[in-house]
Every structure is written in structure tokens, then in C-alpha cells.
Design a protein around this ligand. Structure first.
Ligand code: PNS
Length: 191
């Protein structure tokens, strides 16, 4: 390590911070976080495109004890692994606590987010600015959702499916099969 010459002034903290912020990492790791309850083709499209942009992309499920999900975190991780298996630079994990801390723990410098419509913008802007305030060295990168999937959300998919609507093409086939199994289990329990 380079020694500071005796009597030489210490590099000001702000200057060191600017250097850190302006240095491009050798390998760009991005985190794509969400609930993924369940993963939709809209998410998958973003993962596919993100895998081409970043050296590594980690799809991270938020462990949120306050929400009652349809699928457990472990089931969601299994589903995600099934569908991202074809992308060698994409990994799957889960986290709790702050997203930026999770990103820093993985040496990630990018948070990948998808924007479907203008209605997503305000929430996304708030999150991006808060995350920047928490850790300015981590950048939020937005990608526009593919127009073919811009109306899809996990919530809508679950609602339509539970009411007997056709969700073919909205979620990966493996996820659709799991939804069928989950719905018949719920129906059996309710019968
Ligand atoms: O796709 P989602 O479900 O809207 O994702 C929201 C998510 C997981 C990205 C967001 O809730 C989050 O980052 N939660 C972790 C807690 C956190 O860091 N909160 C401050 C964000 S500004």
C-alpha cells in the first residue's frame, strides 16, 4: 500500500468520495429487487435485457413479513431459478432490510428497475432519490417495460387467474402450472 509522506496533507473526505463515485467498477453488478409473487413475463423481459447490460444481475426477493404472499419466499426463489437458469450471469437470492445495504453487500453499483407507465414514475422517483441519499455510489437504472407486458403486474395476474381468467403468455409456463396447483389446493382447503 502507498504510504502517505510525513507531513503531507490528508486527502479531504469529499475529494475521496468524488473519486469513489467517479470510478467505473471493473465489473458492473446490478440488483433487480422486488416481491416477484409470482414472477411475470414483464419481470422476465427485464431480467433478459438486464443480463445483457450488466456483468452480473442478482434478482433479489424482499422478505417482507408484513405482506401475506401467495407463494413463500422459498417457492418464489425456486420459480425464479427455474426461469433464469438459461442466463449464466443471473443469480437469485433474498434479502431483508435496506435494498442499498443488500446491494453494497454484493458490491453491486446498480439497482435495476422497470417502468411500465407514468403511474409508476412517482413511486420509483421517490425510491431512487431515497436510495441515492442513503448510498450515492449506487445508481438506479430504469428500463422501460416492453410494451407487450406494460399492463402486467403480479397482483393483476393473481386476481385474473383466481377469477378463472386466461393468463397464458403473461407468466412463464412453469409459473402458470404452479398457480394451477396453488389454486386447486386453496379450493380443496375451502371445500
Ligand atoms: O417491485 P416491488 O415489489 O414494488 O419492489 C419494491 C422494493 C422491494 C424494491 C422496495 O420495497 C425495497 O427496496 N424494499 C426494501 C426496503 C428499503 O430499502 N426501503 C427503502 C427504499 S427507498
Amino acid at each position: 500500500m502507498k504510504q502517505r509522506a510525513q507531513g503531507a496533507p490528508r486527502r479531504p473526505a469529499l475529494f475521496a468520495r468524488i473519486i469513489t463515485l467517479s470510478r467505473k467498477p471493473r465489473s458492473v453488478i446490478a440488483i433487480y429487487a422486488g416481491s416477484f409473487d409470482p414472477i411475470t413475463n414483464g419481470h422476465l423481459d427485464l431480467i433478459q435485457r438486464g443480463s445483457r447490460m450488466f456483468d452480473r444481475l442478482i434478482v433479489s426477493i424482499l422478505r417482507n413479513e408484513t405482506k401475506e404472499p401467495l407463494f413463500s419466499v422459498e417457492e418464489r426463489m425456486e420459480m425464479l431459478r427455474e426461469v433464469v437458469d438459461v442466463y449464466p450471469n443471473v443469480g437469485v437470492d433474498s434479502f431483508h432490510g435496506l435494498l442499498v445495504d443488500h446491494a453494497a453487500a454484493h458490491s453491486a453499483t446498480v439497482l435495476l428497475r422497470g417502468i411500465r407507465a407514468i403511474s409508476d414514475y412517482e413511486y420509483e422517483l421517490q425510491m431512487a432519490l431515497m436510495n441515492r441519499r442513503l448510498r450515492p455510489e449506487i445508481e438506479t437504472v430504469f428500463m422501460m417495460a416492453n410494451e407487450a407486458y406494460s399492463f402486467i403486474s403480479s397482483r393483476l395476474v393473481k386476481e385474473v387467474f383466481s377469477l378463472g381468467g386466461d393468463i397464458t403468455g403473461l407468466v412463464p409456463p412453469a409459473v402458470e402450472a404452479r398457480l394451477h396447483r396453488r389454486l386447486s389446493k386453496i379450493k380443496r382447503r375451502g371445500a
